[in-house]
Design a protein around this ligand. Structure first.
Ligand SMILES: Nc1ncnc2c1ncn2[C@@H]1O[C@H](COP(=O)(O)OP(=O)(O)O)[C@@H](O)[C@H]1O
Ligand SMILES: [Mg+2]
Length: 363
């Protein structure tokens, strides 16, 4: 089992720094997901670990020894990319066996490993085919199989499912989770898809602009985002984030965005005049028929009825677009007016810099 540590890692291309000093530990056997918007540095960071990119400063350690100058081929890690990079003229079997044959492993041992991996990935029936006679999902399995047979110290995946259609992506996601449970290796997985991150990870690393925004377990990031970026990135559909100004309100304060006023008890860290962003997830907005206790009046411009659940996209004074997500079927039509209540225990407050003030307001 393999532990990977990054310490103060920086990376520049020419004069442009793209990784701004990252400290990170990937523990032995952990499934760690790097997630963040396109261009935030996920692939660069993974390639740094793999040894495919030099770093400008800092250290990369594998099992507590610094590998900064160790070439990729000697780090013992296996990488799986979005493009499968299979050899088109070789059979599936040969694609998986090729690297091992080069390492002079006995044929019988290679055969055992290839067949075992093929069975695990359900590609035994295709071992004699060439890649072009396989579907995208099958090709990606071969690429994963090629990594498995090498018994790597850790698996590095860079958006391996991005080329697959939605349904297959869900299937492969479950299989990857099962694979990790079965072989138990250290895995680092890069994706821009927060659902993949939430479902696969033991630990998620949220990146933006070459810095780590937050590291934590999936539900910890969902429940306790440390800033507005993480709050908006983790969770689907996204958390509603509303910029407001704090005003005096009896004993407490009110968060005011144009005509929408949310009254709260006093909150440490907020005083009248402050700019505050409040967040409320679509699933935490209550529809109320008591207008007196409502926080907002919404006009539904799109009601999506999916059968098992309902999405309402609304206009609210001072809020560009408010999304509501409720279980079941709600008989609500486009153009209807609703009174909304924001569940205080599920409200997230952020300061003018986006830093969390509180996750959940006590009433
Ligand atoms: N070879 C390169 N030369 C210059 N800039 C690069 C190079 N590779 C990546 N970058 C830049 O580094 C940043 C991070 O890129 P990348 O790690 O590929 O992001 P991600 O994988 O999160 O989409 C981007 O701004 C990208 O333009
Ligand atoms: Mg990338």
């Amino acid at each position: 089992m393999t532990q990977i540590d990054l310490k103060a890692v920086r990376k520049s291309y020419g004069t442009v720094e793209v990784i701004h000093g990252i400290d990170l530990s990937v523990n032995s056997g952990e499934f760690v997901v790097f997630v963040g918007p396109s261009g935030c540095g996920k692939s660069t960071l993974l390639r740094i670990i793999a040894g495919l990119e030099d770093i400008t400063s800092g250290t990369v350690e594998i099992d507590r020894s610094v590998v900064n100058t160790i070439p990729a081929s000697d780090r013992g890690l296996a990488m799986v990319f979005q493009s499968y990079a299979l050899y088109p003229h070789m059979t599936v079997y040969k694609n998986m066996a090729f690297g091992l044959e080069n390492s002079k492993m006995p044929k019988a041992e290679i055969d055992t490993k290839v067949r075992k991996a093929a069975e695990m990935l359900q590609i035994t029936d295709y071992l004699d085919r060439r890649p072009k006679a396989l579907s995208g999902g099958q090709r990606q399995r071969v690429a994963i199989g090629r990594a498995i047979v090498r018994d790597p110290k850790a698996f590095l995946f860079d958006e391996p499912l991005s080329n697959l259609d939605a349904e297959l992506r869900v299937t492969m996601r479950k299989e990857l989770a099962a694979l990790h449970a079965e072989i138990g290796g250290t895995m680092i997985y890069v994706t821009h898809d927060q659902t993949e991150a939430m479902t696969l990870a033991d630990k998620i690393v949220v990146l933006q602009g070459g810095v780590v925004e937050q590291v934590g377990k999936p539900l910890d990031l969902y429940n306790n985002p440390q800033n507005a970026f993480v709050a908006g990135f983790i969770g689907s559909p996204r958390m509603n984030l509303v910029q407001a100004t704090a005003e005096e309100d009896g004993e407490g304060i009110a968060l005011v965005a144009k005509g929408t006023r949310v009254s709260l008890p006093p909150i440490q860290g907020i005083k009248p005049g402050d700019t505050v962003t409040y967040g409320i997830r679509p699933e935490h907005i209550l529809l109320t028929d008591a207008p007196n206790s409502s926080d907002a009046i919404a006009e539904v411009f799109l009601s999506e009825q999916l059968g098992g659940e309902t999405y309402l996209y609304c206009k609210v004074d001072g809020i560009e677009q408010l999304t509501i997500h409720q279980p079941g079927q709600l008989p609500i039509e486009n153009g209807e007016t609703l009174h909304l209540r924001f569940d205080r225990a599920q409200m997230h407050l952020f300061d003018a810099n986006g830093k969390v003030i509180t996750n959940g307001v006590q009433t």
